[in-house]
Design a protein around this ligand. Structure first.
Ligand code: FHN
Length: 421
């Protein structure tokens, strides 16, 4: 039995088939290059942060290069920050001067990247921050850069959050109407109440009104869960769920979002970069539990994916070139299939094919409990070479796969099992 999430308003069929997307966090924070939250972490005032706006000039920006890197990595959709918490907008918004067209770069950054990724056949997603540490009517909360500044806090009485909510609505409508079909809208995030500050959630964002407008303009769009009104997908972040994600005991469509390193925005000196092995295993792990993986790149202030990111995208892509069949169109295997240890199953219900992803290559044999009567043929996915099977005569339906002693020269070897009809 495979969990079946309830139907949601958006068109999610392509999403649960494609499984693997690129997150892109890009903004002025690429210049300080020490986390996209630098303005908050270092309590930087808008006046002090202005130098990044004044000198922002990503002269090496070529979204066609980005799109090819994503496609070659095996990614089928992308989600880019149109505006992050700093409030800086990548597109030529009618409602603010705090945008790319007013920097030394002088041009819209969003339409070129949408065109480039669409050209490569990837679906288009917009991340849009609900928080805005630049907008004059955005009140202080637990994350705000000025949360320890009594004079700034005192002026909150002159700030009208409804004016900010109207700005949020108008900019959201720009994004839904000026860039063609948008497949995903990734709002981020609702702020918890603390002892010092009020929270910000669906009432402050006017989330129902937002979602109604979004779906009016983009009927099939996938909307995430971070406006405080659950929509199409749940979005576990920076961890791998232990099992298929549930809400109120019911399975839901979910997507884990993960970074290469310890920051979403470009962080020059941060060193906790995950290996290709780990990244491939995270993708497999997500699909083995019926989920997607949205893997993030933080481009530099010159407009490039840095070498560390390119190296990992290429490594994942090399694996995906030969093993995409065990990811695309796959999901969690039927619960009655017992997965061997140090492995993950994925299953394609349409082709009735089971994939064993071997995280730790055993010596000579892999034992599949209660599978002898289910498998017609077995092969290594990377080169299509047969894997000889022995079926137990002891009546316990054990299936033994005879493996080459030497691990195949791929990040994660996969054995493709063609199940009997
Ligand atoms: O604060 C943001 C963070 O910078 C990043 O954008 C992530 C991506 O999911 N979302 C928020 C933290 O949950």
């Amino acid at each position: 039995m495979i969990p079946i999430p309830e139907k949601t308003p958006g068109n999610t069929e392509w999403f649960v088939h494609d499984r693997f997307g690129m997150f892109i966090h890009w903004g002025l924070y690429a210049m300080p290059a020490r986390h996209e939250w630098v303005k908050s972490y270092e309590r930087i005032s808008t006046e002090q942060y202005e130098k990044y706006f004044k000198f922002f000039n990503p002269d090496l920006y070529d979204p066609k290069v980005w799109a090819k890197a994503a496609k070659n990595a095996g990614m089928k959709y992308f989600v880019i920050t149109t505006k992050h918490h700093e409030g800086f907008c990548l597109w030529d918004s009618e409602y603010t001067s705090y945008k790319a067209t007013n920097t030394p770069y002088g041009k819209d950054l969003l339409k070129p990247v949408v065109d480039a990724f669409r050209e490569e056949g990837l679906k288009v997603g917009f991340y849009h921050s609900l928080l805005d540490w630049h907008h004059p009517h955005y009140t202080v909360d637990a994350n705000h850069p000025m949360r320890d500044n009594p004079e700034y806090i005192a002026r909150d009485k002159d700030r009208d959050l409804d004016i900010y909510a109207e700005y949020l609505y108008k900019q959201s409508e720009e994004l839904m109407t000026k860039f063609g079909q948008i497949d995903i809208l990734w709002y981020d995030f609702s702020v918890a109440k603390t002892t010092r500050f009020e929270g910000k959630g669906k009432d402050q964002w006017k989330s129902e009104k937002l979602i109604e407008m979004v779906r009016k303009h983009q009927p099939g769009i996938i909307v995430n869960d971070r406006t405080q009104i659950d929509q199409d997908i749940k979005t576990p972040e920076q961890y791998q769920p232990r099992e298929w994600l549930k809400v109120n005991g019911k399975p839901v469509i979910w997507e884990a979002c993960q970074t290469f390193s310890g920051a979403w925005g470009y962080h020059r000196d941060e060193e906790t970069w995950k290996s290709v092995d780990m990244l491939v295993q995270m993708l497999i792990d997500s699909v083995s539990k019926g989920g997607n993986l949205l893997l993030n790149v933080g481009p530099t202030a010159r407009g490039e994916f840095d070498d560390r990111a390119l190296e990992r995208l290429q490594g994942v892509g090399t694996w995906m070139k030969r093993h995409g069949r065990s990811i695309y169109g796959c999901t969690q295997a039927p619960s009655e299939f017992i997965c061997p240890k140090d492995s993950r199953y994925t299953y394609n219900p349409k082709t009735n094919t089971l994939y064993v992803h071997v995280f730790a290559w055993p010596f000579r044999h892999l034992f599949l409990d209660d599978m002898a009567d289910k498998v017609e043929y077995a092969q290594l996915l990377n080169d299509g070479s047969e894997i000889i099977m022995n079926k137990s005569s002891g009546g316990d339906n054990l299936l033994t796969l005879n493996l080459p002693v030497k691990k195949p020269g791929v990040t994660v070897p996969v054995i493709e099992l063609f199940l009997k009809k």
